[in-house]
Ligand binder design. Structure first.
Ligand code: IVH
Length: 690
C-alpha cells in the first residue's frame, strides 16, 4: 500500500523542525518555542512513525536513543589516521615550534589558528551523503571502537548534515568530522549530584564521566549522562563545499553545518600571538563551560600545512601547549585539624609533597567529617589531589587498589587542638566547632585576620605572620587593640624593622576612614558576607539602628532570612562584642551614616530623584549580555549607588533582568519566570540618566 504524499511530507517537516529546535536549544541556548510545543512536535512524529514504520530512518530525531545494549563494541578503521599532537610546556618550546615552522616555510611571520584543547575524548564521525554513518573512538589511531549508538544520543552531533540533498546544498559524498566528546562542567555537577542521591559512586572529573558514558554498552544509560561534541577539524572529505584554503574557514564551515566549535577560537600572528592567546585562555579557564588542558596551535594555511607534513605520529604544523596538570596522585601522610574564624574544625590532609597545578602542594582541604566518610579517605591512602586555578587544593578520590593494610580511618576529636575547649557538632550541622569563642587564640587570630583583610578594613601589610605574633604576645586580643598599638609595642616583636612598623601604623590609621558596609563585614558575624553587610548598611543607614533591631526587624531586610537574622542577633547580644564595637568607635573608626533606603524612599515620595530611587532601591537586578553605553561594571555601580542589588543568577525574587546585546541563558530564565526584562535604555531611564 502506498503512503500518502502528505504524510511523507509532514514527517519530513517535523524532522527538520525538531532538528532546528534541538540546535536552538542545545547549541545556541536560545529555544525558539516552549518545551510543551516541542514535545507536541516530537510526539506527533513518534505517532506517525509508529503507524508507518517503513518510513522510520536512522537519521530521524526519534532514533537518537535506539537499539539495545551491545555485548561489545566492534572495530572501525579510520580512513585518515587519528594522530596525536606534539606538546609544549613553556614559552621556549612554543618559540622553537614557531621557529621551525618559519624555517621550513621560508617565511618571517606565520598565521596560526588557535583553539582551546578540549579535555575529553577524541572522536571521528563519518557522514555518507550527509547522514551520520559511524562514530568511533580514536583507539590506537588507526582502528577505533564503534560507539555510534552512544554518539547518536549526543544532541550536538547532527544526524543529518544541513547541506543534505533534500536541503538543496550538496553535502560531501563522504566526510570525516574530527572532534572531542566531553561533559560540560554543569552536566558533570548534575550527574554527580544524582549519583550522590542514589548513593552511587561519584565521578572524579568530567573527563572520566565522559569516558564512562561513551563506553556504556547500553545507549539508554549513555543518553542519561549528557555528553557534548565539539568539532575541531575534518579528515578526508570527498566532493561538497569543504573549504580547502584555511583551517579557520574549515571551522566556520563546520559551524555552518550546525556542529559546535569552540567560541574561543581565533587567528593570530607569530609566537607572540600564540603566547598571548595561551595567557588569555589560561586566565579565563575557570569560566569556560568545559574543562580544557591547554591550547592548540595550527598553521592556518592548509597549503602550508601540507608543506610541513608529519613526523612519526604527529603533524609538524600543529602543537598542543599544555597547562600544568591539575590532578596528581600522592600519599596522605596524616590528617590534621585546623580551627577557623568561627571555630569550625576543618580536617586538613597532610600530603607527601606533590607538584600539581603549577605549585608544590603539601596540604589539601578535606572539608568535614562526613566528606571524609563519603570518600572513605584513610590515613596512609594514595589519593588524587586537585588544584584548579587559585582555589584551595582538595582530595578528589582515593585509589583504593593501592590501600595499605594498615591504613587508618579518621576520627574527629572532641576538643579544640588550639585552646583545648570542648568541640561539639550540633545536630543537623556538618561542622564540629570549638566552643572557646574569642578565648581561643586560633579564632582570635582568624577574626583579626578577617578584620584587617582587603575587603574588610583593608589594613595593608597586616598579614598572617604579624597577626600570629601580635596575638601570641598578647599585644592584640580584639580588633580594637590594633588601634592602640604604638611604635614601641611593635618594636618588641621579632623581625619588625622600624620602617615597616611605621608603615603598618600608617595603614592602621588610614583604615579608620571606612564605610558602614565594610565595618559590618569586618566584624566577622557568622553568615554575614560582603553582600549581606551591604544589604544591612543600605537598609539601616547607621550602626545604631542595626544594633537596636531584634530578630524580626532584621528579617525585614531584603534577602535576610531567619538563620542569618539569628546569627546577627546572637552576635549583637554578646556584651563583649558590643564593647569591642564601642572601643573601635572610641579609637576613631568612622564612616558616613545615611538614611536607610527603605526610609529614604518613604521620606520624599514626590521628588523625582526618589521616584527613580524607589524604583531601584531594594530591587534585585541581574545583568546579561553586552551593555553598549554602560560597561557591565558601571551599570552595577550605578544600580548599587541607587540602592539596588546586582546578583549573578535569575530567580523568582529577581525584579529586573537587564539584557544587553547577545544575552545568555539568564534572559531565557527571566522569560520563563516572568521577570521584567529591560534593555539598556530601560535601565538608563530607571536610573534617571535618560
Ligand atoms: S587537532 C593531528 N584540536 O588532543 C591531530 N586536537 O594529541 C589533530 N584535542 O586526543 C588534533 N582539543 O582529540 C586538535 N582543538 C583541538 C583539540 C585536540 C583536544 C585532542 C585530540 C587528541 C589530542 C591530540
Amino acid at each position: 500500500m502506498s503512503i500518502p504524499e502528505d504524510i511523507v511530507q509532514r514527517i519530513k517537516e517535523l524532522r527538520d523542525a525538531i532538528e532546528l529546535h534541538d540546535y536552538n536549544y542545545y547549541m545556541l541556548d536560545t529555544p525558539a518555542i516552549p518545551d510543551a510545543e516541542y514535545d507536541g512536535l516530537f510526539r506527533e512524529l513518534q505517532e506517525l512513525e509508529r503507524s508507518h514504520p517503513q518510513l522510520v530512518t536512522l537519521d530521524s530525531p526519534t532514533q537518537r536513543v535506539g537499539g539495545s545494549a551491545l555485548k561489545e563494541f566492534s572495530q572501525v578503521f579510520h580512513r585518515t589516521p587519528m594522530l596525536s599532537l606534539g606538546n609544549a610546556f613553556n614559552v621556549s618550546e612554543v618559540e622553537a615550534f614557531d621557529r621551525r615552522v618559519r624555517q621550513t616555510l621560508g617565511l618571517d611571520n606565520v598565521e596560526y589558528a588557535v583553539e582551546p584543547k578540549f579535555d575529553g575524548l577524541a572522536i571521528s564521525l563519518c557522514y555518507v551523503d550527509g547522514l551520520l554513518a559511524t562514530g568511533a573512538t580514536r583507539g590506537d589511531g588507526y582502528i577505533g571502537e564503534d560507539v555510534t549508538a552512544n554518539l547518536r544520543t549526543v544532541k550536538s552531533i547532527p544526524l543529518q548534515l544541513l547541506g543534505s540533498p533534500a536541503g538543496g546544498r550538496r553535502p560531501p559524498r563522504f566526510m570525516e568530522v574530527r572532534g572531542e566528546v566531553l561533559m560540560l562542567k554543569a552536566d558533570f555537577e548534575k550527574l554527580n549530584l544524582q549519583q550522590r542521591e542514589r548513593k552511587e559512586k561519584e565521578f572524579i572529573n568530567p573527563r572520566n564521566a565522559a569516558a564512562g558514558s561513551l563506553r556504556q554498552l547500553d545507549p539508554a544509560i549513555s543518553a542519561n549522562r549528557k555528553l557534548t561534541f565539539y568539532a575541531y577539524g575534518i579528515g578526508i572529505s570527498e566532493e561538497g563545499e569543504v573549504p580547502r584554503d584555511k583551517h579557520d574557514h574549515v571551522l566556520d564551515y563546520l559551524a555552518s553545518l550546525r556542529f559546535l566549535v569552540a567560541r574561543e577560537r581565533g587567528v593570530v600572528m607569530g609566537a607572540a600571538g600564540l603566547l598571548d592567546y595561551h595567557q588569555r585562555i589560561g586566565a579565563n579557564r575557570v569560566s569556560l563551560p568545559y574543562d580544557i588542558d591547554g591550547t592548540v596551535y595550527k598553521v592556518n594555511s592548509l597549503v602550508q600545512q601540507e608543506k610541513l607534513g608529519f613526523v612519526s605520529r604527529a603533524p609538524r604544523f600543529a602543537l598542543a601547549h599544555k597547562f600544568p596538570a591539575q590532578e596528581a596522585s600522592t600519599e596522605l601522610l596524616d590528617i590534621g585539624v585546623q580551627v577557623g574564624r568561627t571555630g569550625a574544625l576543618t580536617p586538613v590532609a597532610r600530603l607527601k609533597p606533590v607538584f600539581v597545578g603549577g605549585v608544590t602542594v603539601t596540604n589539601a582541604t578535606l572539608h568535614n567529617e562526613d566528606e571524609i566518610k563519603r570518600k572513605d579517605v584513610r590515613i596512609g591512602d594514595h589519593v588524587i589531589v586537585r588544584r584548579a586555578g587559585d582555589v584551595i587544593p582538595e582530595i578528589v578520590a582515593v585509589q583504593k587498589e593501592k590501600r595499605p593494610p594498615d591504613a587508618k580511618p579518621f576520627v574527629m576529636r572532641d576538643d579544640c587542638p588550639v585552646c583545648g575547649s570542648k568541640a561539639v557538632r550540633l545536630p543537623g550541622e556538618a561542622l564540629t566547632r570549638c566552643t572557646g569563642g574569642l578565648f581561643c587564640p586560633a579564632q582570635r587570630k582568624q577574626a583579626i585576620l578577617h578584620f584587617a583583610s582587603r575587603r574588610a578594613m583593608n589594613i595593608d601589610g597586616l598579614g598572617e605572620k604579624l597577626i600570629n605574633q601580635l596575638v601570641e604576645s598578647a599585644l592584640v586580643r580584639t580588633p580594637a587593640d590594633l588601634y592602640r598599638l604604638g611604635i614601641a609595642a611593635l618594636a618588641t616583636l621579632e623581625r619588625i624593622a622600624d620602617k615597616s612598623a611605621t608603615n603598618i601604623l600608617k595603614a592602621i590609621e588610614k583604615s579608620k576612614d571606612t564605610t558602614l558596609a565594610r565595618f559590618i563585614y569586618a566584624l566577622g558575624i557568622r553568615n554575614v558576607g560582603e553582600t549581606t553587610a551591604k544589604d544591612l548598611a543600605r537598609y539601616f543607614g547607621g550602626l545604631d539602628p542595626m544594633i537596636a533591631a531584634d530578630v524580626e526587624a532584621l528579617q525585614q531586610v531584603p534577602d535576610i532570612g531567619p538563620v542569618v537574622a539569628e546569627s546577627i542577633a546572637d552576635f549583637l547580644d554578646e556584651r563583649h562584642n558590643l564593647e569591642v564595637i564601642e572601643q573601635l568607635r572610641a579609637c576613631g573608626v568612622r564612616w558616613k551614616e545615611g538614611d536607610g533606603t527603605c526610609r529614604a524612599a518613604i521620606a520624599h515620595p514626590e521628588s523625582s530623584d526618589s521616584l527613580h530611587a524607589s524604583e531601584i532601591a531594594g530591587k534585585t537586578f541581574v545583568l546579561t549580555g553586552a551593555l553598549l553605553n554602560l560597561a557591565r561594571e558601571g551599570a552595577k555601580e550605578k544600580i548599587e549607588a541607587a540602592g539596588g542589588r546586582v546578583k549573578g543568577t535569575v530567580s523568582k525574587k529577581t525584579d529586573y533582568v537587564v539584557a544587553g546585546a547577545d544575552p545568555g541563558s539568564k534572559y531565557d530564565k527571566a522569560v520563563e519566570l516572568g521577570v521584567t526584562v529591560l534593555d539598556e535604555e530601560g535601565l538608563l531611564r530607571l536610573l534617571g540618566d535618560l
